[in-house]
Design a binder for this molecule. Structure first.
Ligand code: NAP
Length: 249
């Protein structure tokens, strides 16, 4: 039986679709009040409407560019006013701008680092006051196996995801005194819009490196988030949980 998160206030970034939406769904199903944050108004509202139709917890959509510090502070105030003190933050918003490092533009580097890494920092700053006061508070950062092993053509993405792991560990140490557990999840290849851009040849090549011989689902990641957010994970902090069919071991 899955754990109740009744009336807990949860923020999930990048929840307009894909992995983030599945994570938000997991919490709404468990009775939580969930801020569904994404870049576009359309996706955040659509996802929130879909989750409210489940008739369980509560979902509210918020549109913000997570890389914009002032805008994130403003939306953070609004979320706390609307839903109450936040006790679980899932930093999931992320983008790719692939290309070989030799030819990578400054803009492609900055966009990926600003969204994937600085975006998580911005969200922590926006919600840290709440998080540090709530019992059983958790921060879960969605990294990637690419942050652990690198990937040709993804220097910006690998750097952002490896950076998130360092950020997770530093924060785990800083927040441990207040019993806030901070962990990262490193998904392997999960079927979403992001991996939808891969060609069949690329997918076949990737499959060779996955011992379980299949791509993961968004629910595989949502289940891992549910575990790390739950009471059973109270003694786990500063860790990276790979959910990747055995790619990295
Ligand atoms: P996705 O389907 O492309 O969805 C990305 C989400 O992030 C969308 O909701 C998008 O908002 C939001 N987003 C993008 N830029 C943003 C910004 N500047 N501000 C606010 N929100 C922003 O991605 P996904 O595949 O679900 O991936 C989710 C996370 O898992 C990412 O961090 C990704 O790096 C990580 N990951 C994915 C895989 C995989 O195989 N899919 C593997 C490892 C790690 P809109 O919907 O409004 O556009």
């Amino acid at each position: 039986m899955s754990e109740s998160f009744q009336d807990r206030v949860v923020v999930v970034t990048g929840a307009g679709r894909g992995i983030g939406k599945a994570i938000a769904k997991r919490f709404v199903e468990a009775g939580a009040k969930v801020a569904v944050v994404s870049r576009t108004e359309a996706n955040s509202q659509l996802a929130a409407d879909e989750l409210n139709a489940l008739g369980k917890g509560e979902a509210r959509g918020y549109a913000v560019d997570i890389s914009n510090t002032d805008a994130v502070v403003a939306v953070g105030k609004q979320i706390t006013e609307d839903l109450g003190a936040v006790s679980i933050l899932v930093n999931n918003a992320g983008v790719t701008r692939d290309g070989l490092a030799l030819r990578m533009s400054e803009d492609d580097w900055d966009t990926v680092l600003d969204t994937n890494l600085k975006g998580a920092f911005n969200a922590v700053k926006a919600f840290q006051r709440s998080l540090l006061k709530q019992p059983d508070a958790r921060i879960i950062n969605i990294s990637s196996v690419i942050g652990l092993m690198g990937n040709a053509g993804q220097a910006n993405y690998a750097a952002s995801k490896a950076g998130l792991i360092g950020f997770t560990k530093a924060l785990a140490k800083e927040f441990a005194g207040r019993k806030v557990c901070v962990n990262a999840i490193a998904p392997g290849f999960i079927t979403t819009d992001m991996t939808g851009e891969l060609t069949d040849d690329q997918k076949a090549e990737i499959m060779k490196g996955i011992p379980l011989n299949e791509l993961g689902t968004v629910d595989d990641i949502a289940n891992a988030v549910g575990f790390l957010a739950g009471k059973g994970a109270r003694y786990i902090t500063g860790q990276v949980l790979t959910v990747d069919g055995g790619m990295v071991m």
